[in-house]
Each structure stands twice: as structure tokens, then as C-alpha cells.
Design a binder for this molecule. Structure first.
Ligand code: GLY
Ligand code: MN
Ligand code: MN
Length: 373
């Protein structure tokens, strides 16, 4: 089953490669590697790699080191596993020579200039005339349309994250810190069955919630002020991403007004999502509403983004890059209003584009934001 899924992805990628100006494709992005091989090794940090794929019309190679060799053989049976001992660049010319590579496509999003220079130098030393061809968003083109099993994994991740949040709300009262709340939520996410968190949760109270990506700290939540949560779970490598803003006890009228604007802008955007429409136009619907209500300058970020093996991936629902929405695309819809000194409200749901519109993957209520204390 998994083997069939991987084979299908490789076949679709090979069709794309056939139209490109290179004969060997070097896959460097961790999520693309997993998507095309099933290998779950993680890169840990930007200057490390757990392995690199080399894909040609007829060959599949996963080059890795001794830490991952055994795992790669188990997880990626379609691939020839090559274990490099002195770093990949030393063995690159041999691997590419065996593949008869003339032009090497590489994922330019992931190769640092320093690494690029070293590869160039090593190939030159080895007397190779292989041309390096930068490639942008090729595997991402495949990843953007999710299959039903992928959508199921994201739904499951969303459900787990929501259970964790609902449980978390039961155990918080005024005086608890953001960091303490974050730990309860993190623990709940794991206990509810997640493989991992999608990202470190954002939990921000009062004025801190005016920072869209605030880090949970020692501030204690007070009754009635905005309490913003942004969190997610991972299942089978697939990420969920949800935000809610609540108040412990009754908020003031200002909060209710801001909440309603954000709520309406999200609903208007979701209602407009369907195949064939421009991602930019969806962003504009939400943004125009917030603008008309006088808060345009307090909504700085894009309306949403795709989510899958990465928490942020195409399509973006923002004002800059345009995607035409297609069935199977998954995106967040997350308008927000952030007022320095007061706080912010962000409401983030995930949707999948279906033939007849958007299916919302969340089941958490947006109408009730008051947590009884
Ligand atoms: N978790 C960050 C975001 O919503 O994109
Ligand atoms: Mn989020
Ligand atoms: Mn998001």
C-alpha cells in the first residue's frame, strides 16, 4: 500500500522531470524526501541532512550516513541505499558518474550558497563537467494536491489537537502563566495520540496577543482579556494548524467587536473558496472586510497557507503569490487583528477545497469563546 503510494508519486515526478532541463534530480528538502521515499529521517537543523535522493528516469538512490542507513533500508525499499562515509560531497562525483548525469537539478530552496560552492569545487576537482541546475517548487507541485489518505491524516491531526485544547481549557484559571498553559497543551497533544507537535504552540495573553508569533512566557492571564492559542499536532508526518482566541470570563465590548470582525472575515473567505478561484481573491475578501471596519493596518500577515508534511507550504492564501484553487488543496484561513498595547484576535481553521466549495476540517466551535471560570 505505502509502496504503491510512493511509486505513484515517483511516476508523477518523473513526468515533470521529463519536461525539465536536467536528467538527475537531487532532492534535499526533508518533507520532499519523505514524500517521495517514505524515509522519515529528520534533518534536525538547517546545516545537517539525514539523506539525499537522486532520481533519474530509471534510478532511485537514497544517499545517507551510518546513523540512518538501517532505517533507510527498511523505510525505502524502492531505493538503492548508498552509505557515504566522508560526507556526501566527497562521493557526489562517483554517484553522479554512475548515473551518467550531465545536468543535475537541485532544490535551490535548501542548498546554502556555501554548500553549493563546495559541490562546485569538488566536481571541478574530480574533472566533472556536470552542470548544476537550480529547481524551485517541483515536488511541491505534487504535494499541493492532497490524496484522501493525506486529508484523513490531517483531519486526524486536527481532531487530536482540538481534543487537547478542549481538555486544556478545563484546567486553566486566571493567574496561570502562558508557559504553564503551553505545557498543559503540549502534554495533552501527545497524550491524545499525536506523533509530535506541528510547531511550538503560540500562547499569548492580553497585550502579548498583539504579537502574531508570541512565545509563551511568564505573563499571567487576567479575566476578560484576549488569550490567543495557535497550536497543532502531527500524525504520520502531517501537520494540523489551528488558532482560537478565548477569554476567561466575560470580555469587554471592544473584544466582542474585534472578535466579530475577525469571525465574519473568516466566514466570508471560507464561503468564497471553490475550485477555479484565485488564492489572492480569497485573501482580499477577508482583508477588505477588516479594512472596511477600520482595522486594515492591524492585519499584516497573509490570510492562510497550505499545510501538509510542512506546517507552511503552497498554496498561500495571501496578497502576493497567486494560486488557482483546485480540489484537494488544503489551506488555513486565519484572519487576525493585532492592536499593540491591547492584544489580538486570530481565528484559524483548516479547509480542504472540494468540488462544491470548502470543507472545514475543524469541528471546534467558533461561536463560544468565553471560558467559564
Ligand atoms: N502557526 C503559525 C501559523 O498559523 O501560520
Ligand atoms: Mn497557526
Ligand atoms: Mn497557520
Amino acid at each position: 500500500m505505502v509502496k504503491d503510494i510512493i511509486n505513484d508519486r515517483i511516476n508523477r515526478l518523473r513526468k515533470l522531470i521529463a519536461k525539465e532541463n536536467f536528467d538527475t534530480f537531487m532532492v534535499l528538502v526533508e518533507e520532499n524526501r519523505r514524500y517521495l521515499s517514505g524515509f522519515t529521517g529528520g534533518d534536525s537543523q538547517f546545516d545537517e541532512t539525514a539523506g539525499i535522493l537522486f532520481i533519474t528516469e530509471t534510478s532511485l538512490i537514497l544517499a545517507t550516513d551510518s546513523r540512518y542507513d538501517e532505517q533507510a533500508k527498511i523505510e525505502s525499499p524502492q531505493y538503492e541505499i548508498i552509505q557515504y562515509k566522508e560526507g556526501l560531497v566527497k562521493e557526489l562525483s562517483t554517484i553522479l558518474g554512475n548515473l551518467n548525469t550531465k545536468k543535475l537539478g537541485f532544490e535551490s530552496a535548501r542548498l546554502a550558497v556555501m554548500q553549493y560552492d563546495i559541490i562546485k569545487e569538488e566536481l571541478k576537482k574530480a574533472g566533472s563537467e556536470i552542470e548544476l541546475v537550480p529547481v524551485k517548487e517541483l515536488v511541491e507541485k505534487l504535494r499541493v494536491n492532497k490524496s484522501e489518505p493525506e486529508i484523513e491524516s490531517i483531519k486526524k491531526a486536527t481532531a487530536i489537537a482540538e481534543t487537547a485544547f478542549t481538555e486544556c481549557l478545563k484546567s486553566i484559571t486566571p493567574g496561570i502563566t502562558e508557559a504553564e498553559t503551553a505545557w498543559i497543551l503540549e502534554k495533552n497533544i501527545r497524550e491524545a495520540g499525536a506523533d509530535a507537535l506541528s510547531f511550538t504552540p503560540i500562547i499569548a495573553s492580553g497585550p502579548n496577543s498583539a504579537m502574531p508569533h508570541a512565545i509563551p512566557g511568564k505573563r499571567k492571564i487576567k479575566p476578560g482579556e484576549p488569550f490567543l492559542f495557535d497550536w497543532g499536532a502531527k500524525i504520520d508526518g502531517y501537520c494540523s494548524d489551528t488558532s482560537r482566541t478565548v477569554t476567561l470570563g466575560k470580555p469587554d465590548d471592544h473584544f466582542e467587536k474585534i472578535y466579530q470582525i475577525v469571525y465574519d472575515s473568516q466566514r466570508m473567505a471560507i464561503d468564497a473558496i471553490k475550485p477555479g478561484v484565485s488564492s489572492k481573491s480569497i485573501d482580499k475578501i477577508a482583508r477588505d472586510h477588516i479594512d472596511q471596519k477600520g482595522y486594515g493596518k492591524h492585519f499584516g500577515h497573509g490570510l492562510g497557507h497550505g499545510t501538509g508534511l510542512s506546517v507552511h507550504e503552497p498554496p498561500s492564501l495571501g496578497p502576493i503569490k497567486e494560486y488557482i484553487l483546485e480540489p484537494g488543496m488544503i489551506s488555513t484561513v486565519e484572519p487576525g487583528i493585532y492592536i499593540p498595547g491591547w492584544g489580538g484576535v486570530r481565528l484559524e481553521n483548516m479547509i480542504v477545497v472540494r468540488d462544491d466549495g470548502a470543507e472545514v476540517l475543524n469541528t471546534l466551535d467558533l461561536d463560544h469563546y468565553i471560558v467559564e471560570v
